[in-house]
Design a protein around this ligand. Structure first.
Ligand code: AP5
Length: 208
């Protein structure tokens, strides 16, 4: 099954995608993670993406579309995949639609107030990318990943100014995709305000 997780920054796409990937053994493909890896390795693509990402702006479509096309051709995507953070524009959606068929588009939604609470206190493992929250999903030992003992850090774009930009960009560029996929009868709307386990159960029910 080919699934897209749609929704504003901080709604919980990465958290749900990780659990879906474990349950169904489909790869979790997150464009944000792929771009951050390129930034860390100082690749040409990463150098181009960095400025946009730090400010909370979208990376140019052609860069992201090429990266995803390449990724989806890998063998582990043959039986299905979970896209997190792609597509984010109508152009990206048209492009992916021209080379692969989607089965479900899960639209996660919560209030802006909750988004700001979630992003402001998010922490990420520098080694394995696991996601934590200082209040809702605390690591057992402060600053250390439960899974791999890597150090936890705050993303640069989780600072207040960048969060506001990301929400504005989401409303302008990405929210129109809800209607786009509604017209294709692929959307399932899921309330993302429960606990991670509750949200995951709702998503599994709705895509089954
Ligand atoms: P990306 O990394 O995709 O960021 P995002 O879409 O802004 O989403 P986030 O990763 O911030 O949030 P999430 O919804 O995954 O929430 P999470 O599960 O972490 O993109 C970053 C940047 O890369 C973009 O700004 C852009 O520059 C660029 N980019 C990426 N894709 C692109 C594309 N296609 N085109 C162009 N540019 C692109 O949860 C958030 C927090 O809440 C965590 O702390 C978590 O522990 C907590 N939490 C989650 N669920 C719950 C819950 N149910 N209850 C309580 N706490 C919860």
């Amino acid at each position: 099954m080919n699934i897209i997780l749609l929704g504003p920054p901080g709604v919980g796409k990465g958290t749900v995608a990780g659990k879906l990937s474990e349950k169904f053994s489909f790869p979790h493909i997150a464009t944000g993670d792929m771009l951050r890896e390129n930034v860390a390795q100082k690749t040409e693509l990463g150098m181009e993406a960095k400025n946009h990402m730090d400010k909370g702006l979208l990376v140019p479509d052609d860069v992201v579309i090429e990266m995803i096309k390449e990724r989806l051709q890998k063998k582990d995507c043959e039986k299905g995949f979970i896209l997190d953070g792609f597509p984010r524009t109508i152009n990206q959606a048209d492009q992916i639609g021209s080379f692969t068929k989607m089965d479900k588009v899960v639209n996660l939604h919560v209030s802006d107030e909750l988004i700001i609470k979630r992003l402001g206190r998010r922490r990420i493992c520098s080694e394995c990318g696991s996601i934590y929250h200082l209040e809702y999903m605390k690591p057992k030992k402060e600053g250390i990943c439960d899974k791999c003992s890597g150090k936890l850090h705050q993303r640069k774009d989780d600072k207040p100014d960048a969060i506001i930009n990301r929400l504005e960009v989401y409303r302008k560029e990405t929210e129109p995709l809800i209607k786009y996929y509604q017209d294709k009868k692929l959307i399932v709307n899921v309330d993302g305000s429960g606990t991670p386990e509750e949200v995951f159960e709702l998503v599994v029910e709705d895509i089954s």
